[in-house]
Design a protein around this ligand. Sequence first.
Ligand code: GZL
Length: 270
Amino acid sequence: QTGSEGGWRAANTASFKETAEQLGLTLKFYDSQNDLAKQVAGFQQFIQDPEVDVIVMSPLEVTGWDQVLKDAQAAGKPVILSDRRIDGNEDKYVTFIGADFVEEGRKAGLAMCELLKDSPSKNVWELVGNVGAAPAIDRGTGFRETAEKCGITITNSQTANWSIKEGKEVTEAWLKQSKDVQGIFGQNDEMAFGAIEALKEAGLVPAQDVKLISVDATSCAFQAMLDGTLNGAIECNPLLAPQVYEAAKAALNGETLPKWIPSQESEFYM
Ligand code: GZL
């Protein structure tokens, strides 16, 4: 697992632990503490571990996997990517089970266009996840595809590493430079929550003076929409374990699977 950076990750980890128990599987869990070198080391540990039959990974970044995937293949251990994709190496993993992050970005852009349709100015700030992570790269791509079509200008974009703390710090710094912002796109809920705190402290009314859209739709996002501080949340489904364990069983039975099994998701508005 990547680590424990927020609500989405907690739900994703719970899905794996609870479903393993229900299915009578032995789950060995390695927390990479959001450190790529640690995640590679954990991967190698599982390759060496004679009790491990299948390796499931949520890759922190899209690159850095060539060697360990070769080693896993040589060791005859099927690899399943959960949650996040990687670049290339399609012949070295069984399947990727996770969301279409580009589509999530497109949906966020369309939602922001709708929120700003009567606004003469359409300056939007983007809080980006971990640099190098598939959801960060792809949500940014999708958002630009649709937001720029309705006249939105992204006047600030910077990583806040999926966290409330950095989402607040980055937004505070931007507000010191200018308050000419009509929307903020948080690539996950936690960074949007940080922005909401910063807006309030700067005397701006979140979801009114400045519209906010985030991705994940964790329970806290629903609370923020009920509180009237978040305009909308694009769902990213963390409950992937049932599909992943099904794919693991199929892989051990020598079945061929599609290279990508998209997770099912929707969007929710205040
Ligand atoms: C998305 C997942 C992302 C979430 C963030 O599938 O990888 O990682 O959107 C989490 O909240 O940090």
